[in-house]
Design a protein around this ligand. Sequence first.
Ligand code: CP
Length: 307
Amino acid sequence: MSQLSVKHLLGIKDLSGKDIELILETAKHFKEVINRPIKKVPSLRDVTIANVFFENSTRTRLSFELAQKRLSADVINFSASASSVKKGETLLDTVNNILAMKVDMIVMRHASVGAPHFLAKHIKANIVNAGDGTHEHPTQALLDSFSIKEKLGTVGGKKVCIFGDILHSRVALSNIFALQKQGAEVMVCGPSTLIPKHIHELGVKVEHDIRKALLWCDVANVLRIQLERQTIKYFPTLREYSQYYGINKPLLDSLNKEIVIMHPGPINRGVELSSDVADSGHSIILNQVENGVAVRMAVLYLLAGVK
Ligand code: CP
């Protein structure tokens, strides 16, 4: 059986093109499994996994938990807001206490960049990064690639533009790495205040005109404005942002071309994306969510084979 080249999934940056291909191929098999009347397989029957979330989540947390249950793993869930972290316990003490209960794998979301990388240096269990601050969100990028491949047949050679708040986005960085490793061309589009200064060094195109960017791309991956991470004002008002960078039906209709619309969620409806686009036939947003379970099953299954 093929194996991943990594023991932890900390970021897409660490994965080879072959690793990504293996995960996406394995996910295809698991997607078939979760569409059967009996959606469960015994693959991780002897594995215990802790989902350790220090930041809010709907999609990622539920998707990981469902993926684990579909693989027959034992699952425990930890939410920082209802834990002894509130009494001052450190990250390492918290995780070592969870591991003392014979846990094999940790799925962690944390607001601090590098938190899962820090843990990987101190503990033996496999770690999956479910989002570390503004850094990486590897399983989101993998499910995004899976969804593009499912819709367009391939990722290689496709033109993908990531729109919006690139500066605060872990989804953007993981997607840039994943798409480039598979041979896609990547552009970012948004106001200059929300585009990192040195992003061209990653080999991506930069465009500030939304119409030009939409005319260029096959796929538009639209990101949320992350107001909770913005400590200063990056644009005057949400209404103005929406006027210049919001994707709506009249704008798409005026382009006379097919564009696949993606969004990692949660959507700020009426800000970066209008409801008539988010809910239209162009959108594969809920397919992304469905595919997330299969992709996370593949990641957990493959990592469990690497000790
Ligand atoms: N896409 C994503 O990470 O969503 P959640 O924050 O709801 O997990």
